[in-house]
Design a protein around this ligand. Structure first.
Ligand code: XIL
Length: 339
């Protein structure tokens, strides 16, 4: 049976997933899964700052190039992730950003100059700023703040205009790129997600009103079963974004179970699939045409490595379309049905 990439394509939907070069190289089944299921790739690590510029002025493109080469052979487009983010920053960068505004602007320019030029022929869509919004006080998500903007080394060095500066720099360097702002924690039906939606919309309105070159919003969609989901508020939120003239992408879909995950595998898989279908069919009806999951197989999901979301009894997460042995799970069918 056709993979998710092919099934999406006939419905006008581009489906892809986050990929890691080391796994493409080591695991033939992983390679085959991407060849079979994906029509689009995003490097899970290889285009982050610490990967691309581990030391000031020394760019290491080997990991990203490995993914770009594989993608070229497989004829898959690649999204860029992420130019400005408060994580995956090398220590030297954090220290240098403390040295003042001009130093910070110089580093931003040098990084954008090199990276956007290097990847120009293959990456046409970049997450320019990732996760700029603070989680509201009282949220069960970490990194809370009185808001709206998250307190990061970039904010401290450049003030709130760091976002605008990054988008303008990207547009200047390549006017044909699709420039995306990527965010999480805005999908579900909880008071903190509602507040985070308001914060994000206020930022987007401000950027658009002032003519800042932004084209799209990426919604990460690291969903949690412990947080309820209702289509109405999420669809209204997407309609507001699209009303600003911005596209919406789902960029990092996966589904976390709760500590109360029932031991029964079939029951767990059914709950995950149900959530995936409710969420994605809502997104697609609201006009989303690009969907990426954060990995394809439970075998290598980042959820496994995040101690904050460990499941009892050492149970592994089952939040991706394929299980640890690359078998299609109910979530796979749920994603297919939502296209
Ligand atoms: C995660 C990777 O999956 C992990 O392997 C890594 O250790 C940390 O970063 N939001 C993002 C992604 O935008 O870059 C994160 O990726 C997951 C959350």
């Amino acid at each position: 049976e056709a993979g998710l990439g092919a099934l999406g394509r006939v419905r006008g939907i581009s489906f892809g997933a986050a990929v890691q070069l080391s796994l493409l190289e080591q695991d033939a089944r992983y390679r085959q899964a991407f060849a079979d299921e994906a029509a689009l790739l995003v490097p899970e690590w290889e285009a982050k700052w610490e990967a691309l510029q581990p030391e000031e002025g020394r760019f290491d493109t080997a990991p990203l190039d490995g993914i770009l080469n594989w993608a070229r052979a497989a004829r898959m487009p690649v999204r860029g992730h992420a130019l400005v983010w408060h994580n995956a920053m090398p220590d030297w960068l954090v220290a240098a950003l403390g040295e003042g505004r001009n130093r910070a602007l110089g580093l931003l320019k040098a990084h954008f100059d090199f990276v956007l030029n290097h990847a120009r022929s293959q990456i046409r869509d970049w997450d320019v700023v990732n996760e700029p919004i603070a989680n509201p006080p009282g949220s069960d998500l970490p990194e809370r703040g009185p808001g709206p903007l998250r307190d990061t080394p970039w904010l401290r060095a450049l003030g709130p205009s760091y976002i605008e500066t990054a988008f303008r720099m990207a547009r200047e360097r390549d006017p044909t790129l699709r420039l995306t702002l990527n965010e999480y924690g805005v999908e579900e039906d909880t008071p903190d997600a509602a507040e985070k939606r308001r914060r994000l919309l206020a930022l987007l309105r401000n950027l658009v009103n002032r003519g800042v070159p932004i084209d799209a919003v990426g919604i990460q969609a690291h969903l949690q079963l412990v947080r309820p989901f209702r289509p109405e508020p999420f669809a209204a939120f997407l309609a507001e974004i699209r009303g600003l003239g911005l596209a919406v992408l789902i960029t990092e879909l996966d589904i976390r179970e709760t500590a109360a995950a029932p031991p029964d595998l079939a029951r767990r898989d059914a709950l995950v699939a149900e959530r995936a279908e409710a969420f994605l069919s809502c997104a697609v009806q609201a006009g989303v045409r690009t969907v990426l999951s954060w990995g394809l197989t439970d075998r290598y999901s980042w959820l496994a490595s995040d101690p904050g979301v460990a499941l009892p009894g050492g149970r592994t997460h089952r939040g991706l379309p394929l299980d640890g042995d690359y078998r299609r799970k109910p979530m796979w069918h749920a994603v297919a049905r939502s296209f």
